[in-house]
Design a protein around this ligand. Structure first.
Ligand code: SF4
Ligand code: SF4
Length: 491
């Protein structure tokens, strides 16, 4: 990463906010960030309250039913055997994160990471309390803490509501009748939300999160990152110092396209008499949620939120200079010259295309898996030791383990028969019947015994199939192929 040296006029007199809350910036990045924050928080806080009719019963649209090992997402129901889909989703999400980072730097961190989103919410609370009570009101900090705690508890409660019926959880929580697991979940989420968003804040991004450490490896020279246009801003000085003539006379198009280096116009020649566009107001630093000075170059602490861009653009408007002293541009452009050539930014580059291809492969595989997904999971396993049992009347018995589960909220009544063996009798270990009921939201597992009378016993191993049929509709539900072992073994 580029590290810019001190300017000819010394270090910036960055104005840090007194309260620990960054100054509010206004502009396009702030608008996008606010819209995304409202959308993501709304999604989290509202989702568990959305109802969905499942099997004729009103239920939650989104719910992790831990006791039944199910995840419900509107009309979809996922079981533990859908774990490969989750794996696919994780790979897809990781590739999408790498793809976006290789194009636009740490926009995930700046706009969508839960730490950023909740910290932004808590910053907004602090600013609102300051506006209502005044910055130095003696009760200001108490008021902020009170609101922080309420939001943290509600966050913990909402999180717990994804795992149980949230409508019932409210009264149970207040009356002390909720389960101990619910109280622990709410307590842990309340504590982490309050600690991370009200106190740790930017320190999580700066010191605790591993992501910044390897995001640099995902960038390439054409990645767009938040960049201070050093060639244009330096040397920085108060507004009353005259502007460098060579940037004062440029037409506005020169500021739009990022430029590559042109040593003849990088600006340091006018250090003592002229200034660049930066008037050293410190607004970019005081608006920064991680309190870094982007003028020192791209740093690990920069989460790519763009709020310094908004802050600086406001300053540029005020002093009558074009936007973009800080902008989203290849890092190379920071040391560019205003008479240099444009930096070429290609969309089809090795890193973004590599991650895009992973997204396409995993996305297609998941779509195919979802489209062809069966609502029945069934498996039969032949018991190997011993492979068969000879009974006193000369008949031969084979034992199998059957596992069966069927999506849905109702009990499933099915019967089972064997194909491929004349005269075979079939029963389950705990019943004389060849039928069973799989309870709703439960899996069924039992030992199945197949007995063939002496006259029909096959000499060697023969292929057979278990056919499972719905007892009410008579519709076939599953067909499981396996073998029946005769006394001669495998031939
Ligand atoms: S906001 Fe702009 S003008 Fe002010 S210090 Fe930052 S870069 Fe310079
Ligand atoms: S320097 Fe600060 S304000 Fe600017 S993008 Fe990075 S984190 Fe955001």
């Amino acid at each position: 990463m580029h590290t810019h040296a001190s300017t000819a006029l010394g270090h910036a007199s960055a104005q840090r906010p007194r309260t620990g809350t960054p100054h509010a910036a206004t502009g396009r990045f702030r608008q996008v960030k606010t819209a995304l924050t409202v959308f993501l928080l709304g999604l989290f806080y509202i989702a568990p309250w959305v109802r969905w009719t499942r099997g004729g019963e009103s239920s939650q649209a989104v719910m992790f039913d831990a006791s039944a090992q199910r995840f419900y997402l509107f009309g979809l129901e996922f079981w533990p055997h859908d774990l490969p889909l989750l794996l696919g989703l994780l790979i897809f999400s990781a590739a999408a994160l790498f793809f976006v980072t290789s194009l636009f730097g740490r926009v995930w961190c700046g706009f969508a990471c839960p730490q950023t989103v909740w910290t932004d919410l808590f910053f907004a609370i602090d600013r609102r309390v300051d506006r209502m009570l005044g910055r130095d009101h003696p009760l200001g900090q108490w008021a902020k803490t009170g609101v922080h705690v309420v939001v943290a508890v509600f966050t913990g409660f909402t999180f717990a509501g994804f795992f149980t019926n949230i409508v019932e959880l409210g009264p149970q929580f207040i009356s002390g009748e909720a389960s101990i697991v619910a109280y622990v979940t709410i307590g842990v989420l309340t504590f982490t939300t309050y600690t991370l968003a009200a106190h740790a804040r930017e320190n999580v991004c700066l010191h605790m999160c591993p992501w910044p450490r390897f995001q640099a490896a995902l960038l390439d020279p054409e990645s767009l990152v938040v960049t201070y246009q050093n060639w244009r801003g330096e040397p920085r000085a108060r507004a009353r110092v005259p502007l460098r003539p060579e940037i004062a006379t440029l037409d506005s198009s020169a500021y739009i396209m990022p430029r590559v280096a042109n040593p003849s116009v990088t600006g340091s020649n006018a250090a003592t008499t002229y200034r660049g566009d930066c008037i050293d107001c410190g607004k970019c630093v005081s608006s920064c949620p991680t309190r870094i000075d982007i003028r020192e170059g791209l740093q690990l602490g920069c989460i790519g939120c763009g709020l310094c861009i908004d802050a600086c653009n406001t300053v540029m408007e005020r002093i009558g200079r074009p936007h973009g002293l800080i902008n989203m541009a290849p890092e190379l452009s920071a040391v560019g010259g205003c008479a240099g050539k444009s930096v070429r930014i290609r969309l089809f580059r090795a890193k973004p295309m590599f991650f895009a291809s992973i997204m396409m492969v995993t996305g297609s595989a998941m779509a195919w898996a979802l489209a062809t997904r069966s609502d029945v999971s069934a498996a039969v396993e032949h018991q190997r030791q011993p492979p068969f049992v000879k009974l006193s009347d000369g008949s031969i018995r084979n034992d199998y383990t059957l596992r069966f589960s069927r999506l849905g909220v109702h009990d499933s009544n099915v019967e089972i028969r064997v194909e491929g063996l004349d005269g075979a009798a079939i029963r389950l270990s705990n019943s004389a019947q060849a039928s069973f009921t799989q309870g709703a939201r439960r899996s069924f597992s039992d030992r199945v015994m197949v007995t063939v009378p002496k006259a029909s016993v096959p000499k060697v191993r023969v292929p057979i199939a278990f056919v499972i049929t719905d007892r009410e509709t008579r519709a076939p539900v599953a067909r499981l192929e396996t073998y029946f072992w005769g006394p001669g073994g495998v031939r």
